[in-house]
Design a protein around this ligand. Structure first.
Ligand code: PEP
Ligand code: MN
Length: 348
């Protein structure tokens, strides 16, 4: 829909916009009002170049898109009834909790095995563990491929499906071959379109694989987040879960600016499940339970929480933001109660 700066376009301007949209197989239908006229673009109006050309005209105030730019992730798309199932849980039907260490310590595998058993006992449905780590400081521990074996051994011992972050193409194949079911795209890579494409291609033939797509620290408009998911789904596997995890600028005292409140907004636009990460959002264990419950109150389908049997002995983020198994268990119990309450099911 073209909204002109003046009350209506001149006949020369109508001829110009008609010629532009014709290049993209569209037509112009004027909608004449008593005071103001607007001009509908009839046809597939999603072409970015067409919109850019129209927006570049100095007599155009703005272009309003009627069609969603997301062919697959839009709530009105054919995939709207698609459901993602991980470890026996269909997201949206039951609260889905991923929990585990930020970073697996390859020098101390038993801590991760104990953590895995503890998060299972606390009620988690999937286990997380960082093998490769995106670290702000190049001298911090960057992860170790040896941790992939530890992660998979913990998965065998507990029977939990696992989630780990992949940062480059080589990691994708290694993780999938090892048996990782959920590939995590971190906040730093959520805008790395070549990685998103590579993940989309790699999981295209693997129905059981899924992606936990974190919201980038620098993502503003929600469409940017959903577009990143669309990059992955475009290759054929739409198992993409959106994960708000806080953005910048930080809220003084928290690690990031908590953004669980975008959950209902995401759910208005897309059918994709939302699994909120309160751990990176607030960045301190004592604030995590409240942030987790806030996410559920906002309608999240699940949570991704960092937890550790002995946070002080952990590496990466664990000493400051991992929950102990006991606090994790209480948080999950309360989250399940709230989840059921919110869906009108009463306490379960
Ligand atoms: C993590 O999950 O440990 C992590 C690094 O997350 P994010 O990409 O959200 O910072
Ligand atoms: Mn972490």
């Amino acid at each position: 829909m073209i909204l002109p700066k003046a009350s209506r376009l001149t006949s020369e301007q109508i001829a110009e916009v008609t010629a532009i949209v014709a290049d993209f197989g569209c037509k112009i239908q004027p909608i004449v009002g008593a005071v103001r006229s607007i001009y509908a673009i009839v046809g597939d109006e999603r072409d970015e170049l067409m919109i850019n050309r129209l927006e570049g005209l100095n007599y155009v105030e703005r272009i309003d898109r009627i069609q969603s730019p997301f062919k697959l992730m839009d709530k009105r798309s054919d995939l709207a009834s698609h459901r993602i199932k991980i470890g026996g849980v269909t997201l949206g039907e039951k609260l889905f909790v991923i929990a585990g260490a930020c970073t697996i310590d390859p020098k101390n595998p038993s801590l991760f095995y104990e953590t895995a058993a503890a998060v299972k006992e606390a009620g988690a449905n999937a286990l997380r563990g960082g093998v490769w780590k995106p670290r702000t400081n190049p001298y911090s521990f960057q992860g170790d491929v040896k941790s992939l074996d530890i992660l998979m051994e913990a998965s065998r011992r507990t029977g939990l499906p696992v989630d780990t972050e992949v940062m480059e193409e080589a990691h994708i194949a290694l993780a999938l071959e090892a048996g990782v079911t959920t590939l995590q795209v971190g906040a730093r890579n959520a805008l790395n379109y070549s990685l998103l494409r590579a993940i989309g291609k790699a999981i295209a033939e693997r129905e059981s694989a899924a992606v936990l797509l974190k919201r980038s620290i620098h993502m503003g408009p929600l469409n940017e987040f959903i577009s990143a998911a669309e990059y992955i789904a475009a290759f054929g596997n739409p198992n993409v879960i959106l994960c708000p995890r806080g953005t910048t600028p930080t809220l003084d005292g928290y690690r990031n600016h908590p953004d669980e409140s975008i959950t209902p907004l995401l759910k208005e636009k897309t059918w994709a499940p939302v699994v909120v990460d309160p751990s990176h959002s607030v960045g301190k264990a004592c604030y995590v339970p409240a942030a987790a419950l806030a996410a559920i109150a906002y309608g999240a389908d699940g949570l991704c929480i960092e937890a550790h049997v002995e946070p002080a002995k952990g590496i990466g983020d664990d000493p400051k933001q991992a929950l102990t198994p006991e606090i994790l268990r209480n948080t999950i119990v309360q989250a399940r109660q709230l989840w059921a309450l919110r869906r009108g099911l009463g306490d379960q």
